[in-house]
Design a protein around this ligand. Structure first.
Ligand code: AVI
Length: 322
């Protein structure tokens, strides 16, 4: 008898257009101008991000996969049996599959992702490969308190999986807030399995965010394409350029969209002026030392139980517990 396909229901809490308009209004009024990096991830943005992960300069994904491949059994053993795995972000990738393959009798898989298309694609593929693992996708912004669907509020041991060094996209006070939020969402006896990119030489880091094929540039500019389409702004996209520079003091890549000319951008009846060469901050990608990260975890009431790294110590996968 062939396995029945799972009946997957999405718990949909996608922010609406009004939310996006308010975010953009606030960001364009700020001095300096600043938009949140979550606005990158519409359907094309998610596809471009997948493509970034395949660029030779973007060492993060490749290295994290290699760490997972080498240590999957050890990682699964650290997490223990029958965990409910809650993943923050899209779990379409090879890393999630490796984890689900090695976990002993996982109780459920709950991906939480803001892009509905990325969420549905990933969960459909995983449901075929893991028909015995209940799939409970939640379309939501994981930076907001999650409150799991009622059906999943059983006292299961919960491990939150947060791969890809996405924690690096938050400034330290927000990263701390997310770690604290995750701490309350994981159950007693649960944990957080998190991918954290490590500090290293500037040239390697800057190359990763300025790939020769220009995929990262297209990804950055796509934020404006998306806003023009979705909320009716009129950014002159050809008059913006992508800039990604490593700030060694702050330990982060700072990505901006720089207006190459003076221009007025409209949103509804409001108008926002960009001066020539004015930069709008759109993303931080923070890099940590092991000590930096352990300190932040400690501030969030967590301790680092185990760290797995590649031989060159470019990237780390860490298991945090209470
Ligand atoms: C998702 N996040 C960890 C990526 C990063 O490296 O900060 C997003 C990205 N932005 C440009 N390239 C990749």
């Amino acid at each position: 008898m062939s396995a029945q396909p799972q009946d997957i229901r999405v718990d949909d809490r996608h922010p609406d257009i009004e939310d996006t308009m308010q975010t953009v209004r606030r960001g364009l009024s700020a001095k300096p101008k600043k938009l949140p990096s979550r606005l990158f991830y519409d359907e094309r943005g998610s596809a471009l991000f997948e493509s970034i992960c395949e660029q030779p300069e973007y060492y993060l994904t490749r290295t994290e996969i290699a760490i997972m491949r080498e240590h999957a059994a050890d990682i699964a053993a650290a997490l223990g049996p029958e965990v409910r795995l809650v993943e923050y972000g899209s779990g379409s990738g090879i890393k999630t599959r490796m984890l689900l393959e090695h976990l002993e009798s996982p109780a459920a898989y709950v991906p939480v992702e803001i892009s509905r298309s990325a969420l549905m694609e990933s969960v459909a593929a995983l449901a075929v490969q893991f028909p015995d693992v209940p799939m409970q996708p939640v379309c939501a912004d994981f930076t907001q308190p999650l409150r799991l669907p009622v059906a999943l509020r059983s006292p299961r041991r919960t491990v939150i999986y947060f791969p890809g060094s996405t924690i690096g996209n938050f400034e330290s006070k927000d990263a701390l807030k997310i770690l604290r939020q995750m701490r309350t969402e994981m159950s007693a006896g649960g944990g957080i399995l998190i991918g954290v990119d490590l500090k290293k030489d500037t040239a390697t880091i800057e190359a990763a965010y300025n790939d020769a094929a220009g995929v990262t540039r297209d990804f950055t500019l796509n934020m404006l394409v998306r806003l023009n389409r979705e909320i009716g702004t009129d950014f002159d996209i050809d008059a913006f350029r992508h800039r990604a520079r490593y700030n060694a003091l702050a330990g982060r890549i700072e990505t901006s969209l720089v207006s190459t000319t003076r221009q007025d951008v409209h949103l509804g009846r409001e108008s926002f002026t960009f001066a020539e060469n004015e930069a709008m901050q759109v993303e931080y990608s923070c890099k940590y030392s092991l000590d930096d990260f352990a300190l932040m975890a400690e501030k969030a009431g967590l301790s680092v139980e185990k760290v797995w790294m590649d031989a060159e110590r470019r990237f780390s996968v860490q298991y945090l517990v209470r």
